[in-house]
Design a protein around this ligand. Structure first.
Ligand SMILES: [Zn+2]
Length: 353
């Protein structure tokens, strides 16, 4: 989840400066064909925009979260008592829909609209899981996660139909119940339906023990997909990186003498990730005897997706299921990335050979 801090300091609601005790989360959809969160941020960050103010917008093109108020600030998002208890988050909408009256719309590009709505839904699931953890909320408890529409039904919000109207008319199969369940799954680490490949800045300490080591072929597989730079650069997450994704102790201006030096660093780094695989064996999370190829494939996966996703991938599964589920981890920033699709396919082939 990428959060872009865009606090609406000029909005009268921000200036009102009231705090709430967060007891729930309300999901909204903007109700107009505007995919860009930045457009809303610009328009609403105005001393004369006194009509509304929410805690965040989810950009429809990127899935990024634009946080527009501190989470415990009292927002003006639902026109009712829900403002005193609930955080309000707006999902932006596809440009290819056209409202024809009320919550009814026509759509000129249905597959594009579905792609966008799927992206904002997934980003909202991730954000709500984060907020539920942050405020100790149970996503499945009555009245905790509600739509604007449900808020109205409960007497705490004005008479709007969002965001259900969007999901229903696009026939995408999402409901508030699937949403709440998805948030719950994301919190319990059972988020297989919406796996997200994460950058590998893994804060966990290296696993101890373990008996296997990644083979030379395994190192080559990782090297092939990581790309190599001999001069330090800032990765998309803002971390100084060198060689094949090495980050520890790297600073601006660092250089490596050769590709071989870069590969040596990679081999060293891979030990930590191979250690996570060993640790899964020791803890009994991997319940089948690992071949060298399976071990190499899982180490490559872990270097790319992190230890948390490794544990999710293998826990209680047989080898065939692990091989199939591996392919699901092909997204970055909510989008399927061709490089990740190829990498997962190659890891799967290795895993099964
Ligand atoms: Zn709303």
């Amino acid at each position: 989840m990428e959060v872009v801090e865009s606090i609406l300091c000029n909005n009268p609601c921000y200036k009102a400066g009231k705090k709430i005790k967060v007891q729930g989360l309300m999901i909204h959809s903007v109700g107009c064909p505007q995919p860009s969160a930045e457009v809303f941020v610009k328009k609403w960050n105005d001393a004369n925009y006194g009509r509304a103010c929410v805690h965040a917008f989810i950009d429809a093109n990127t899935g990024k979260v634009y946080q527009t108020l501190p989470w415990d600030h009292r927002a003006w998002h639902c026109g009712g008592g829900g403002n005193n208890t609930h955080i309000g988050v707006e999902m932006c909408e596809p440009a290819c829909i056209k409202y024809t009256g009320g919550a009814t719309f026509t759509c000129s590009d249905e597959s594009k609209a579905k792609e966008i709505v799927e992206r904002t839904y997934r980003a909202a699931v991730e954000l709500f899981a984060f907020l539920c953890k942050e405020y100790g909320l149970n996503p499945l408890a009555d009245g905790v996660i509600v739509s604007h529409k449900e808020g109205h039904d409960r007497g705490i919000a004005s008479g709007h139909g969002d965001p259900d109207h969007l999901w229903r008319q696009l026939n995408i199969g999402y409901t508030m119940d699937t949403f709440r369940q998805a948030v719950n799954d994301a919190m319990s680490g059972n988020a297989e339906k919406t796996p997200i490949s994460v950058p590998k800045h893994d804060a966990q300490p290296a696993a101890v023990g373990g008996s296997m080591e990644i083979s030379a072929a395994g190192v080559e597989l990782v090297a092939k997909y990581e790309g190599c730079k001999l001069t330090a650069y800032k990765c998309p997450a803002g971390v100084w990186t060198i060689g094949y994704g090495h980050t520890e102790g790297v600073k601006e201006g660092d250089t490596l003498a050769s590709m071989e030096a870069a590969k040596e660093l990679l081999r060293k780094d891979l030990k930590k990730y191979a250690g996570y695989v060993n640790s899964c064996v020791e803890k009994g999370l991997i319940q089948f005897p690992l071949t060298q190829n399976q071990y190499d494939a899982l180490t490559s996966f872990t270097y790319n997706c992190g230890n948390g996703n490794l544990q999710k991938l293998v826990s209680g599964r047989d080898a065939a299921t692990v091989a199939d589920k591996l392919l699901l981890y092909n997204k970055g920033g909510g989008k399927v990335l061709p490089g990740l699709v190829r990498r997962r396919e190659e890891e799967r082939v290795l895993f099964l050979s």
